[in-house]
Design a binder for this molecule. Sequence first.
Ligand SMILES: C[S@@+](CC[C@H](N)C(=O)[O-])C[C@H]1O[C@@H](n2cnc3c(N)ncnc32)[C@H](O)[C@@H]1O
Length: 289
Amino acid sequence: MNYRHAFHAGNFADVVKHVALARILAYLGRKDAPYRVIDIHAGAGFYDLAGEEAGRTGEWRGGIGAVLGATFTPEVAALLAPWLDAVRALNPAGPDTAPGALRFYPGSPLIALALTRPQDRLLFCETVPEVRGALEAAVGREPRAKVLAVDGWQALHAYLPPKERRGVVLVDPPFEDPHEFPRMADALVEAHRRWSGGIYALWYPIKDVRAVDAFRRAIERARIPKTLNIQFDLRAVRQADALSGCGLVIVNPPFTLADELRLVLGALARVLATDGTGRVRVGWLTPER
Ligand SMILES: C[S@@+](CC[C@H](N)C(=O)[O-])C[C@H]1O[C@@H](n2cnc3c(N)ncnc32)[C@H](O)[C@@H]1O
């Protein structure tokens, strides 16, 4: 497997995924009861945007870079705040760093660590040893979190349901394998059978619209109640091998999430989709039973 998330860290697709994740965690944190974050494709957790990989593609400039340079309405700014606070916490002003300057970007594990509370627990799976080593260094001696060398798909069998019976499972595979879409749909059905009350957030790329349609239909056929689909098109699809957008299937979303994402992703589309063809769709695949 050649995938290295460091090339893409902080790009528009990370922005969409991490904003949604942060909104879910903000909602879970409204109640004192502990919850669990299970991130089954965790990545390195921490990215140097001036490093070799991110520096080579510069994708972050059209993602987090553009967001930090934009102005939003107070309502949108409030919805972005938990995620942006996690980003800013990694980029403190210092003797060599201007206030507001961006050098480091948190992956989903560090965003989750920043937004969870002392009573919450986190599980991160990462199978690539080198990436897992970087993740362990990023997580450090954090007693709330475990980094596992476990295949994320297997973790759905081994770790569901979590003892807290509240929480979120993030499914964010590299999509290097053409069978990733059907595997993700099957894994969701199986995981939901084990833990029907969990929130599941499944990220997917929009390149090949037929693959996306087939995935959407597979999820619809599964008839899992309360399943939301979000599509963020940065531009009209031109070639099936170029990322033109991304989506998230979210099962059991907080009741606030659909409206929040319509508002905040709409504002982000205006900033990130610079050629005017950006579009956001938020709709139910299966509503509440
Ligand atoms: C898209 S990246 C994850 C990005 C991360 N979730 C974030 O938002 O910052 C996918 C990661 O999953 C890892 N991976 C691939 N297959 C895996 C598997 N079966 N189990 C666990 N991790 C896997 C890859 O090495 C890669 O680091």
